[in-house]
Design a protein around this ligand. Sequence first.
Ligand code: ZN
Length: 154
Amino acid sequence: MTDSLNDLYRDIIMDHFRYPRGQKHLDKVDIKTEGKNPTCGDELELELKIDHDIVEDVSVGCKGCAISIASGSILSELVKGKDLQEVKKIARHVKGMLKGENMSDNFNLGDLEALKGVKDFPVRIKCALLSWTALIDGIDAWEHKEKAKVSSTE
Ligand code: ZN
């Protein structure tokens, strides 16, 4: 392992990897989505409980490498208690950050800052993105369904 790769696996990432947050399955699930990253073998299951467009609770079940597990764990801490529009904004910001785009820094990304270095390791970017891509897909599908519900009762 090279030194720069060692830098990547910083304490924060290892802590989230060893003790992933938000692993408990939810009693009520409004959004359920899955993600796979075949290049690395990471697999992810994401559950969200929604109340009035607020993420009440999150569950992230991830099997895979340290980066994918840490990213999912950090996700569960970041999105809890936020409304869906805010969550989507954060997710888009994270995607931009990991792809090395110049992002305006008006988000407090907490532990996610530790994953910034991943952008220098192209093979790892998909690992870090896995949970965030699944999150956006899940919310989009849910919003689509909710809209259909509204229009069918009109
Ligand atoms: Zn991975």
